[in-house]
Design a protein. Structure first.
Length: 255
């Protein structure tokens, strides 16, 4: 059985609707007792933007974020569960994600782990937030397996999911199970794009980002189209090409 951690970004903790959905997803994946991390129970600060982690691979703020990381380091799948608050993630989830900058492709504790997004909303923005979560994962080298976004209207008085949501969830579960069985991860457009964009930015600004540039050089990332993890990566020429064109257009502004 896969070890799954649910990071719950709802300030409501145990009574959160989002947590319920996340647990449902974990159960469908055969995990009856996922590790639940209710962010509101922990004390951690938001990122101060000091940029020290870019030079040292360490975050200078010593708080509960380390406790959380030591728990999720032991898991294979992370479910990022958040309610939609004004078309974005909750403040707890945003603070948490910002602090992860140190632990992705830099010091690698979360690098190569699988991630799923679970987002809930009354009626708007869930899809957008799921996309955001997929983007941040690809930036850090976390393998994003998809999302189950759920609107409250897709539930019968909060009790039972309607078939529309069931279908979405089943699609996600099928995809996750396929990846876990084969070990093959299909690179998404977002993976190519976010990796490619970072590569171009630190190459152009290699003086400003000298430490990161060195890290990318040492890991040979500058010659790659995505991070080298332990997965078998299935490439898609068309997505790669499209992402390449898109990153070229975007970085023109940086020159
Ligand atoms: C401050 C705030 C902002 C919200 N913004 C949105 C929104 O932009 N779109 C939406 O559909 N629902 C919005 N909602 C509703 C919540 O996303 C929704 O009720 C969610 O499922 C609650 O999940 P929880 O029980 O896990 O906290 C908002 C709720 C709050 C409290």
């Amino acid at each position: 059985m896969k070890k799954i951690a649910i990071i719950n970004g709802s300030p409501k903790g145990n009574s959160s609707f989002t947590l319920r959905i996340a647990k449902m997803v974990a159960k469908k994946l055969g995990c009856e007792e996922p590790i639940e991390i209710d962010l509101q129970k922990y004390s951690f600060a938001g990122c101060t933007g000091c940029m020290k982690c870019f030079k040292t691979d360490k975050c200078i703020i010593n708080d509960d974020i380390y406790k959380i990381l030591s728990i999720i380091e032991e898991t294979e799948i992370i479910i990022f569960a958040t309610p939609v608050f004004f078309f974005s993630v909750s403040y707890l989830m945003k603070h948490f994600i910002d602090r992860l900058i140190t632990w992705g492709y830099k010091s690698k504790q979360l690098f190569g782990k699988y991630a799923i997004a679970v987002t809930t909303a009354d009626g708007a923005g869930s899809n957008k937030v799921s996309k955001y979560l997929g983007d941040f994962c690809s930036f850090l080298g976390i393998m994003y397996l998809g999302n189950a976004f759920c609107y409250i209207s897709e539930f019968d008085t909060y009790k039972k999911p309607k078939s529309r949501f069931q279908n979405k969830m089943n699609k996600l579960i099928n995809n996750v199970e396929k990846v876990l069985k084969t070990g093959i991860y299909r690179l998404r457009f977002a993976d190519y794009y976010n990796f490619g964009l970072r590569k171009r930015i630190i190459t152009i600004g290699r003086k400003k980002y000298s430490y990161e540039y060195k890290l990318w050089e040492e890991n040979n990332y500058l010659k790659m189209d995505y991070y080298k993890t332990n997965h078998k990566l299935k490439r898609n020429w068309f997505k790669k090409k499209l992402a390449d064109i898109a990153t070229k257009i975007v970085v023109r502004k940086h020159k």
